[in-house]
Design a protein around this ligand. Sequence first.
Ligand SMILES: Nc1ncnc2c1ncn2[C@@H]1O[C@H](COP(=O)(O)OP(=O)(O)OP(=O)(O)O)[C@@H](O)[C@H]1O
Ligand SMILES: [Mg+2]
Length: 243
Amino acid sequence: MAKIFTVVSGKGGVGKSTFCVNTALSLGEKGHKVLLIDGDIALRSLDLLLNLEENLVYDWSDIICNRCDKTAAILPYNDKVHLLPAPLEMPDNLNSDSFKELIDVFAPDYDFIFIDSPAGVGELQQIYALVSNQCIVVATPDNVSARSAYVAGNLLVKSGVKEENLRLVINRFNEKAIKKGNFLNIDEIIDITYLRLLGIVPEEPKLMYSSVSKKGLPTRSEAKLAFKNIAGRILGKEIPLNL
Ligand SMILES: Nc1ncnc2c1ncn2[C@@H]1O[C@H](COP(=O)(O)OP(=O)(O)OP(=O)(O)O)[C@@H](O)[C@H]1O
Ligand SMILES: [Mg+2]
């Protein structure tokens, strides 16, 4: 039965989709079956990041509206990582119950499900969060992103997510820039967000263009190692931060 994660942020563009794809691929490389659900209605991107856009016919609204069979909407990236694309419009019958039914259809077939949310925490993110075992808040090392991660975490707790099920990922970490005082350091981000740290992903220009071109990240990339470590922690291993 899949363990389900919703990935959120306060501020947009901080790397939620990049995180979802690369963490899923790392878990896939470790032999686990992962379903990526693109939850960013209208602004879907995971099909593009995975180079699957040309194969896209159905999305998850077609399943909840009974327009297609569950397997018809799934796009396999490889034998371990599959994508369920987002609809382009808000489905009329989307609510906590219909989304839970959707998750229940797929949970037995996968080890992990990642739901990639749009930025912010509103009704939609709450629907996703309430079917999830954990919510991962992504933030970059700046004041605006860190404070909005705190707000996002708070809103999730107010909507019923338990504090112990919230985690923080710091993305675009750049040690040199932090040492120069241009960005917040890790302690400062944790102090602002009050969130428990799951992992840190370095700033990595290659992520922008090779995020998942069919080649993936170079094997020796620091970001690749960061995602591998995060995947290990998700699997319950004690892996030090190693900065
Ligand atoms: N660690 C990183 N190093 C360098 N670039 C990154 C990193 N993480 C993400 N990016 C880049 O930042 C941009 C935004 O990333 P992404 O689309 O994953 O953010 P998002 O939080 O999903 O955005 P949105 O809120 O619009 O859904 C992309 O161009 C991506 O390649
Ligand atoms: Mg995104």
